[in-house]
Design a protein around this ligand. Sequence first.
Ligand SMILES: C[S@@+](CC[C@H](N)C(=O)[O-])C[C@H]1O[C@@H](n2cnc3c(N)ncnc32)[C@H](O)[C@@H]1O
Length: 379
Amino acid sequence: MSAGALASVESLMSARIGLRLDPGLRGRLLHALEEEAAAAGLSVDSFVDALVHDPQMFQRLLNRVTVQQTSFFRDPEVFAALATHVVPRLAEPVQVWCAGCSHGQEAYSVAMLLAESGLQDWVVLGTDLSTRALDRARQGVYSDAEIESMAGERARNHLRRCGAGWEIEPDLRRHVQFRHHNLGRATIPVSASSCQLILCRNVLIYFSAVELARVLARFATAMQPDGYLVLGVSESLWQLTDRFRMHRIGDAFMYRLPSIHAAPDRRREHRDAPVERRRRETLGQLLGQGETAAAAGDFAVAAAAFRRATFIEPDHPLPYFQLALCLEQARQHDGAREALEAAQAALSRGDRARFQADLDGFHVDELATAIERRLSMRC
Ligand SMILES: C[S@@+](CC[C@H](N)C(=O)[O-])C[C@H]1O[C@@H](n2cnc3c(N)ncnc32)[C@H](O)[C@@H]1O
């Protein structure tokens, strides 16, 4: 396969679905391209040329490249938080959107919580890019291994035997719909301001930062003002958008629109000793200079400001983290990794409550998650 053909299929993926190919996905893509081209009796280069004009061929490729890993009640602490803190606050009629629902387990898990809460008027919409995944989701039939993560009583209430497997009870299934939808497209599959809960877990990791900001803007449009957005446990919106604010809810983190986010408590600042106030001003000035330069795309100037901030505040994680973001943009990967490790070390040895005051509305746990996520992406 020629380098030009690979570049053109990658840019097609990026333009049509916002997909950013990491080495794992690129490997899947190459493998799928070879097999699909052979099945069509074409060379890989000719197959790539044909992809541009043949939506079905492109869809078949997407079905193979996308990753469908999922399970019922994946990350149980998230579902516990939903059951205890979110579902009881929902007002009928309830619209939930599971974006990137894969084989349907996530949508049906939320549906089980809603059914168990006694709510009557509710709909869960599961959407996905993969038509193959949606076929399975609509079938709603799962193997013994696939229902293992579900408590016995729940399985008894919501599933019934179907051959060698289990199917979702019709009473539950009639509340759950599935629809093809590409998160990389400008449209949303629900009415504006209709969703009280949106789940988009383990999907956004594949999006570029620019595309991610667009997707989040669409979620903000789809969401009711007091709604909840749930991401994957290793995903964080740190530094990506000011459209949402993170909230700790039970043992999980969720995002809400800023209008319901309480104004930061400034009283503590007034009680600060003058030295502490001066420290924060100096740190704040350098961070401000760095952020302004980074926003203008001048990452060298931004990195210099953040580096100066690390000299005056060597035990503070934020300047290291900001420095790492700049170095990532400048493709200085080793430096970025070192800065992330320094941020992590500073966070673990320091006083989190003190750092919180400098985080401008973000939560210190979100900083920790963002550092971890970026480090794990570099392993
Ligand atoms: C790893 S699964 C996550 C499933 C489920 N949300 C969970 O956390 O268990 C990711 C899903 O996102 C879907 N996906 C990837 N890119 C998408 C896009 N641009 N629009 C909609 N769905 C997408 C994939 O097809 C896949 O089914």
